[in-house]
Design a protein around this ligand. Sequence first.
Ligand SMILES: Nc1ncnc2c1ncn2[C@@H]1O[C@H](COP(=O)(O)OP(=O)(O)OP(=O)(O)O)[C@@H](O)[C@H]1O
Length: 257
Amino acid sequence: MKAPAPEPMVRVEGLVNRFGSQMVHDAVDLEVHRGEIFGLVGESGSGKSVLLRSLIGLQRPVGGRILFQGRDIRDLSPAQWRMVQKEWGVLFQQGALFSGLTVLENIELPMQEHFRLSDGLRRALAKLRLRLVRLPVEHGEKFPADLSGGMNKRAALARALALDPEILFLDEPTSGLDPISASALDELIRDLRDTFGLTVVLTTHDLHTLAEICDRLAVLVDGKAITGTLEEMQRHPHPWLRAFFRGARMQSVLNRR
Ligand SMILES: Nc1ncnc2c1ncn2[C@@H]1O[C@H](COP(=O)(O)OP(=O)(O)OP(=O)(O)O)[C@@H](O)[C@H]1O
């Protein structure tokens, strides 16, 4: 007898998001499996960020359901909601870190909100997070404005890891980075997944990120999600997918793999 399929980490069923007369998601269905790096792709305005915001409860959908480890996030009590949030690490595109706090203070903030820890232990755990993202510990005393773009992303990732999450939601993690920093960040994300078995959901326009580290993709087109591996996307007949995955830019990335 075949073993039952494991519960997906995230399941989205018939998700609808609309702003006024603008339909952004018109019944989006997808599943994110435990331990995979799942990329959300689509043209600008296709609703990648709105989907990510819906997944973490910041955007209340007009219709459909979002199940996190089998539980509908709408049914969670406030206490359960706090528990679930501890399992999430989130990195937003803009305004990742508080500018008035040092990097270490930024990383400690979620710990302060969720755990009762001594100052010394909290600081030690924050420094550990810095090491995980390969940032020199002395950078922890700096303010975000005194770090490069790439270092800021790493620091924000360290904060996303503050609560030892099971799943990371990353909104355009490599945007604004030079190619070398972007590749290094891709590698870091993959290493974190490999080392800790994290599940990662990310939005990206970065062809390298989706070709190099994503296990599966969801392409948002016509208000729906088409999901599959990169190879499946390349064979898909939808005109947008054909243009994107068989276009010259994508081909040059794939040829260099
Ligand atoms: N709070 C809001 N109120 C009204 N419209 C919104 C709101 N949030 C998003 N939208 C609209 O929803 C659409 C999808 O936006 P979203 O930011 O998800 O796109 P995206 O795919 O992430 O784009 P990009 O790749 O440019 O970041 C856009 O047309 C945007 O203007």
